[in-house]
Design a protein around this ligand. Structure first.
Ligand code: FMN
Length: 199
């Protein structure tokens, strides 16, 4: 399928088939794909937690407002978090990045202050979301990106010490009657001239 056809076919799933689990080989591929996600200066300021365990998934579902039912029905939940301990992050880049990248960080990112540094790190995690959603679609999986989660509760439940959860993605196979699938609810987007210009 072309990438355009995938973009037309993927959608945010609102109801999952609770009886259909994603095979472990596909979960392993998604882990490998996330690890390869690009980031500014290859900074990789992130942590991805995959949850297939039903008990833990339902604990997180209970901290997910209106998303609770779909998380319980979905096969897996993936939690995306950004580094929020700047000192630890700087140790990591010091060990793993070439001098040019470290210099870029110290000359252009660090002087902007801790709030902007954290915002820059979060931007990298959002980029990995786009990568992940596209990969899942290509693998024939349905998904739902969700910012509607209690991030501090998630952090406690998952015991994350140096990373702050930003959003989660439910993963699985759609319920045949999910009313949000494009065949029942046509995709809605701004018209092309409103968002794209060419010269
Ligand atoms: C960062 C982000 C957060 C979102 N949060 C939620 C959410 O909490 N619950 C939900 O059902 N959909 C959520 N969505 C889905 C959007 O509403 C959806 O992507 C948008 O309406 C476009 O529809 P489509 O994904 O079906 O093409 C989120 C999407 C993104 C990218």
């Amino acid at each position: 399928m072309s990438f355009l056809a995938l973009a037309e076919a993927r959608y945010s799933t609102k109801k999952y088939n609770a009886d259909k689990k994603v095979p472990i080989e596909l979960i392993d591929q998604l882990k490998a794909i996330l690890r390869l996600s690009p980031s500014s200066i290859n900074s990789q300021p992130w942590k991805f937690v995959f949850i297939g365990n039903e008990q833990l998934k339902s604990k997180l579902a209970a901290a997910s407002y209106f998303n609770e039912a779909k998380i319980n029905e979905a096969s897996h939940l993936v939690v995306f978090s950004a580094a929020d301990d700047i000192e630890k992050f700087e140790e990591q880049i010091q060990q793993h990045l070439p001098k040019g990248s470290i210099d870029y960080y110290h000359n252009f990112v660090k002087p902007t202050g801790s709030s902007q540094i954290k915002s820059w790190m979060k931007n990298q995690v959002y980029l990995s979301l786009g990568f992940f959603l596209s990969a899942a679609a290509e693998m024939g999986l349905d998904s739902t990106p969700m910012e509607g989660i209690q991030v501090d509760e998630y952090r406690k439940i998952l015991g994350l010490s140096h990373h702050q959860p930003l959003f989660a993605v439910a993963l699985g196979y759609r319920h045949s009657q999910d009313g949000n699938q494009p065949s029942l609810n046509a995709k809605s987007r701004l018209p092309e001239p409103a968002v794209i210009e060419s010269f």
